[in-house]
Ligand binder design. Sequence first.
Ligand code: E4P
Length: 231
Amino acid sequence: MELFLDTASIQEIKRWLAFGVLDGVTTNPSIMLKDGGYDMEARAKEIAQIIAPRPLSVEVYSNDPQEMLEQARTFVTWASNIVVKIPVLNEHGVPCLGVVKTLQEEDIRVNMTACMSFGQVVGGAKAGATYISIFGGRVSDEGHDAPRLVRESVEWLKTWGYRSKIIVGSIRAAANIQEAALAGAHVITVPPQFLEKFLDHQNTRATVRQFNLDAQKTLAKMQELRVGAKR
Ligand code: E4P
């Protein structure tokens, strides 16, 4: 299973990369805005260079298929590890599978994004998406069973030999990471604050604090014994 960071924060990317747990990064226009990536090209190039050869997903911002294709072709000139995010539908509900298929034929890797249903996963796999992003949090928001969707999608891809990888995004809590992992997600993309919580445990901190305290007491005792022996 691969772990991606869902962020455009250079500081967070460097931090998690140094921990050895990072397999890639995903962004979208909202993440770029939140993390100050106002010059999207400059920020994407910087991230791509830091994480290379790991993949960086950068999302198109248009409802028009032709514009999506043009943006995608431009993005991939920025760095060789850029993957283009294409929404499964545009905001009017028009499928963007033709864009996915064309880019795949041009050897441009696509992360087909904003997927919420099994049907969308099937469409993305058939169109040749390298990655298919299921937005777990947003699926759950509507009362549907996100882990089940992930599990059934992964099983279906395997049964029929499709090579698309399921990315689970829209992580809203540390527990969602475990749910996605146990549902068989190929990749989970996580905002840094939830990865932090996923690793943290107050009892671990308390245990280490106690060990450090007792080590200091042990050293003090040893010191006392040495002083006593010299007398
Ligand atoms: C991942 O690729 C998505 O961009 C992201 O996880 C969406 O998360 P959200 O539902 O919190 O916006």
